[in-house]
Design a protein around this ligand. Structure first.
Ligand code: NAP
Length: 252
């Protein structure tokens, strides 16, 4: 059977764990050659590489901090030098540094924006030229339902994720005439290391508001990312697909 991403090259940021890891695996399973970045967790990067390689294609982990412009540029250059093309860019790397506004340092606010939003800008800027040259490619940003409603203690995170939705729409307007399709996913609560840190009481309250009655899995988000990256989503441009088990569909 023809694989959806045969002959395609994908770059996933923050692919060592969680949602990014599931994206690496879904794209590799679909036949893509996959490069992914991570910040410092070598062990997780090795595990992700081994699991994704089982699908047959090349899988290359690169240590690259999304908050470092030189490293980002070097990573994209390395992808092009190795494969001569980049077809799918998944801008997933993200962090939280929760704190109430009154107590939040400017550094905590800026660090979250720098990784989650400016990091996406750095990668998109570096990748759009080689994509434009071939008049082909797709970019998917990983936003969050935190872009859609306010969360106390997450002013930095909400600002970064809201910014990503607007950034995605503006990129779509600018890049679609050049043959590059841009969309976002907005996951709700997903079972990863990020949500494992949440207090139990907050998790239980959150679950009560989710129509599906449970947190999502990284694979459920990766499936939507893979769909957006595929030709089946060719007519979807500048959208934010919410993957939240119904969390934001009710006011309850
Ligand atoms: P996670 O389990 O904490 O994994 C984060 C991944 O990002 C890791 O691979 C980590 O690398 C990488 N990373 C973090 N900072 C980086 C940096 N500066 N440069 C390069 N890589 C970096 O997170 P997750 O839950 O899978 O979240 C992935 C994305 O989905 C994030 O953007 C997050 O905001 C978004 N999201 C998550 C949820 C959720 O409920 N989990 C909901 C909505 C949106 P290391 O392994 O080296 O640390």
């Amino acid at each position: 059977m023809e694989k959806a991403f045969a002959g395609k090259v994908a770059l996933v940021t923050g692919g060592s764990r969680g949602i990014g890891q599931a994206c690496v695996e879904a794209l590799a399973k679909g036949g893509a050659e996959v490069v992914f970045t991570y910040r410092h967790n070598e062990t997780a990067a090795e595990q992700t590489t081994a699991a994704a390689k089982a699908h047959g294609g090349r899988v290359i982990p690169l240590k690259c901090d999304s908050a470092d412009t030189a490293q980002v540029n070097q990573t994209v250059e390395q992808v092009i030098a190795t494969f001569e093309q980049l077809d799918i860019l998944v801008l997933n790397a993200g962090i939280t540094k929760d704190q109430y506004l009154m107590l939040m340092s400017e550094e905590e606010f800026a660090q979250v924006l720098d990784t989650n939003l400016v990091g996406a800008f750095r990668f998109a800027k570096a990748a759009c030229r080689p994509m434009m040259t071939r008049r082909a490619g797709t970019i998917i940003t990983v936003s969050s339902v935190a872009a859609l409603f306010g969360i106390a203690g997450q002013t930095n995170y909400c600002a970064s994720k809201g910014g990503l939705v607007a950034f995605t729409q503006a990129m779509a307007a600018e890049l679609s005439p050049k043959g590059i399709r841009v969309n976002a996913v907005a996951p709700g609560f997903i079972e990863t290391d990020m949500t494992a840190r949440m207090p139990r009481k907050i998790k239980l309250e959150a679950k009560q508001r989710i129509l599906a009655g449970r947190f999502g899995t990284p694979q459920e988000v990766a499936g939507v990312v893979a769909f957006l990256a595929s030709d089946a989503a060719e007519y979807i441009i500048g959208q934010t697909l919410v993957v939240d088990g119904g969390l934001t569909s009710t006011v309850a």
